[in-house]
Design a protein around this ligand. Sequence first.
Ligand code: MN
Length: 464
Amino acid sequence: MQTTLQISAAAMAATHRQRFYEMFETEGAEDAIVILRGATVGYRYDTDFERPFRQESRFWYLTGVSEPDYSAIFVPKTGEFHLFAPNRETSYAVWNGRIRSQEEIQELYQPDALHLSSSLQSVVDQLAPTRVFTAAKGELDTLGVTLPKGCEVDHRSVIDILTLCRLHKSEGELERLRFANKANCLAHEAVLRAVKPGAWEYQMKGVLEGALLEQGLQFPAYNGIYASGTNSAILHYVVNNEQMKDGELFLIDSGYEFEGYGADLTRTWPVNGVFSDVQREMYRIVLEMQKRTIEATRPGVKMEELHWLACRTLLEGLLDGGYVKGSLDDLMANNIFALFFPHGLGHFLGLDVHDPGGYPKGVDRIDRPGVRFLRIRREMEQGMVFTIEPGLYMIPALLGPAFENPEQSAFLHRDKLEPLLGFGGIRIEDNLVVNDSEAGHENLTSLVKEIDDIEAFMKDAKGS
Ligand SMILES: [Mn+2]
């Protein structure tokens, strides 16, 4: 799939810097300079095996630079952006790649001033700062920078400021997130066509990665999950080495980045193409949890409200099916939802799959099972991008002890649940942008999730 981006990486980064500088004014620190170091190439332990290079997200956000060994100085007061390109030796051209000319770098990233890394100290001396912001202790030493006498250093504020900047996505970011979702949905469809009894979990990984590489997406946004059968009830299962069997479910939670912006998608399908009765029943509950919370997504809603809505919907479904007993309020008060849905409903998504900013300063986690893992606890605002990923799992490690605990077992129909200990789990995950439209959001994910559509899709795939 080809994309024509409207907003270049350089233009996007310029917008981000503008926002960053404004934040410094509000924070009353406009007299400072900020020195950031971009990522370098990493190696596998004590070898010369290079890990794939991936720019550090904050540096990428502010500069648009996705190459190793750069650094930058930002001057909030004047809005200046100094970019420092590495001094490359001739051997770099022999072993690693073409050395870009200064003109080319200038054109690509459009800094106000382009320097070589060797000039970093002299530029700092010229700027003669009285306050310097960096993102980590030791950063200035690593860069070999000595600050003027008496200059204050702050290692923390810049991280807080950038977290605030990244909460609301810019147009350039939204464009990339939309494209990442489209490309990943196509790849998930390729997997849906390939799922069948006898295939191996890692083969599904191969299908997904092949479909993404074909579209030019080379970097996973996170460690993908390809889980069949009981593995689908292991929340971060990444071994991916089992054979898929007739009658089991297959859960895929995997996404790749496009220019740093990820998609985080989960679907759960029947391996043989047709849901069994109990799979259908459970799948309907999760789909309902997802639909209700998506429907309720709009500016002003709090993430924990959405999480509670998902929990209530889950318990209603389990009550209807005769898997749990008692009143809905009692079930909620006794955290019975967490036995089946032990993780948070969703998280911010952007340059990082778990994008920062979920908890405003001073807001703590809710100390209750399940919801304590919720990665966002704040009001949703226009421009925020997050995932909605309810799940329903039969986890022996949770249900086993619950059967023996009188306070919990009083709410459980053990005879109905015990036969399901090998069931696995179901999760459905879409990516949403909060906006001021009538719906209150845009769903970036367009990928089959209705039971009939999944079965029809898999049937078609078999026929072809
Ligand atoms: Mn997720």
